[in-house]
Design a protein around this ligand. Structure first.
Ligand SMILES: [Fe+2]
Ligand SMILES: [Fe+2]
Length: 416
C-alpha cells in the first residue's frame, strides 16, 4: 500500500504522531501480525520534534511463536498506521473472545477494550432509526454477536475486578447500559439455582439474553428529548412523564425483533418497585417478572455509583447500604403516594387522560397539579437517599450483594 510521499506501509516513518494510533501489544496474537504492521515510536532526536516510527516484526515467519509472544509482551505500547486501523479493528472483533479470556492480559485493559467495543455498538443502535426495521435488525445482530463473543469474560466473577475500575465515572446512557448488562451476566451465571435451567449451556444462553436485555433496557431514552434527559436539576411534571415513558418506548422499539417475552417484560418493568410504587404499571411482589427485578437492582446500583451533573457518585458500599436500607419516612411517603394516585392527580393520568375535566382544569389553573407532581418527585428523591429496601426483592438483593462480594474488589461483609 503506497501512502504519502511514495512511502509504503511497512517502511519506517518520521511523523508528528498524528498518523499513528497506540495499541496494547498483548492484544496481538502471533498468528495475526501479518494483518497489519506494528511500529515502535522512538523519541524525537532532531530539532523539529517529529518522532521516528520503526516498523517491527517485518518477517515473523522465522521467529518461534513463544519468542514472538515474549517480544509482544515486552513492549509497553505499539503503534499502527491509521490507514491500517480498519484491519486492526476487524482483528479485534474477530478475536474478541480470545483476547478477553486471556488471563495474561491486564484485566483493566481487557475491560476497557470490551466497553469501547460495546460503546460503538450500543451508540450505533441508539442512533439507528428504528423506523426502518431492517436497520434495527442489523444493529441488534451486532449487539448479539458482541455479547456472544464476550459472554465468557463478562459472566465470570473475575471480571468484576475489571468492572470495578469503571465504577464512579460519569453517567451516560450507553456506558450505564453496558455496566447493567455486565452485572446481569455475572448475576445470572453466579446464581443458576434461581432459574429453571437444566445445564451449563442453557444457563449461558440465559446469561446472553440477560446481557442483551441490560444493554438495551434504556434504549427508549433515544426517544426522550435530550434536554430532558440531561437536565441539570429537578424535573417538572411533563419532563417526569417523558422520562417515565422510556420503558414503553424501549419495548415498542424492540417490538418486531423477535425477543423472548421474558426479555421484553424485563425491559418494560425494570422500574417497578417491590411495594408497588414504581412505574409504568405499579406492579408489586410476584407480579414483577424475575428479570425485571434483577435489572432493577443492577440499574439502581449503577445509577447510584455513577456521577451526575447534580450529584456526586456513591461508592459501591454506600450504594448498597442505601439499597438495602429501610427508609425512615417510608410510611408517610407511601401514604402520600397512595393519595396522589387515588385522587388521579398523577402526572400521567391527569395530563394524558383528564385534560377536559373541569376540576382538573381548575387544579391546573391553581398550579396545584404541578405542585403535586413536584411533591411526588421530591418524595422519590428523598426515598432514594434514605433507604430503598422497599424497591427491591429482599432475597434477590441479598443474592446480588453476595455475588459482588465474591470478588476481592469489594467487601460488603458488613452489609450482608
Ligand atoms: Fe430505565
Ligand atoms: Fe437504566
Amino acid at each position: 500500500m503506497t501512502i504519502d510521499g511514495g512511502r509504503e506501509i511497512g517502511d519506517d516513518f518520521v511523523d508528528d504522531g498524528s498518523s499513528f494510533i497506540g495499541i496494547v501489544p498483548t492484544f496481538i496474537t502471533p498468528g495475526n501480525v501479518t494483518r497489519f504492521h506494528l511500529y515502535e515510536r522512538l523519541e524525537p532526536s532532531d530539532r523539529n520534534g517529529a518522532y521516528r516510527f520503526r516498523c517491527l516484526l517485518k518477517d515473523t515467519s522465522s521467529i518461534p511463536e513463544s519468542t514472538l509472544i515474549r517480544m509482544l509482551m515486552s513492549w509497553e505500547c505499539l503503534y499502527i498506521h491509521k490507514q491500517e486501523m480498519g484491519n486492526y479493528e476487524q482483528y479485534l472483533k474477530d478475536n474478541l473472545h480470545i483476547i478477553l479470556t486471556n488471563d495474561n492480559i491486564d484485566m483493566e485493559k481487557r475491560s476497557v477494550l470490551f466497553t469501547d467495543m460495546c460503546s460503538d455498538v450500543i451508540q450505533g443502535v441508539m442512533k439507528s432509526n428504528f423506523g426502518f426495521p431492517k436497520l434495527g435488525k442489523e444493529a441488534l445482530a451486532s449487539v448479539k454477536d458482541l455479547v456472544l463473543k464476550a459472554i465468557g469474560f463478562i459472566s465470570s466473577i473475575d471480571s468484576l475486578k475489571g468492572l470495578a475500575t469503571l465504577i464512579g465515572h460519569d453517567y451516560e446512557t450507553h456506558t450505564h447500559s453496558i455496566k447493567v448488562g455486565w452485572l446481569m451476566a455475572i448475576f445470572v451465571k453466579a446464581n443458576p439455582g434461581l432459574f429453571a435451567v437444566s445445564g451449563r449451556k442453557e444457563l449461558e444462553k440465559l446469561a446472553v439474553e440477560a446481557t442483551v436485555m441490560g444493554f438495551l433496557h434504556d434504549i427508549g431514552k433515544a426517544k426522550v428529548p435530550s434536554r430532558v434527559l440531561n437536565k441539570n436539576g429537578r424535573l417538572n411534571n411533563l419532563e417526569y412523564v417523558a422520562v417515565q415513558a422510556h420503558t414503553a418506548y424501549s419495548v415498542s422499539l424492540l417490538f418486531d425483533l423477535d425477543f423472548p417475552k421474558y426479555v421484553m417484560e424485563g425491559i418494560l418493568y425494570h422500574h417497578e418497585n417491590e411495594d408497588g410504587s414504581g412505574y409504568p404499571c405499579r406492579l408489586k411482589h410476584d407480579e414483577i417478572p424475575l428479570f425485571a427485578k434483577i435489572c432493577h437492582i443492577a440499574d439502581v446500583f449503577d445509577a447510584l455509583t455513577s456521577e451526575r451533573p447534580y450529584k456526586p457518585s456513591k461508592t459501591p458500599y454506600e450504594a448498597l447500604t442505601i439499597m438495602t436500607g429501610k427508609n425512615p419516612n417510608l410510611e408517610i411517603l407511601q401514604q402520600m403516594e397512595k393519595e396522589v394516585w387515588e385522587r388521579g392527580a398523577t402526572p400521567v393520568s391527569v395530563v394524558v387522560r383528564n385534560e377536559k375535566n373541569p376540576d382538573i382544569r381548575r387544579l391546573k389553573h391553581e398550579s396545584r397539579l404541578n405542585k403535586e407532581a413536584e411533591k411526588r418527585v421530591e418524595a422519590r428523591m428523598k426515598l432514594r437517599d434514605n433507604g430503598m429496601a422497599h424497591c427491591f426483592d429482599a432475597e434477590l438483593l441479598k443474592q446480588f450483594v453476595l455475588t459482588l462480594n465474591r470478588s476481592e474488589s469489594f467487601d460488603f461483609s458488613t452489609i450482608i
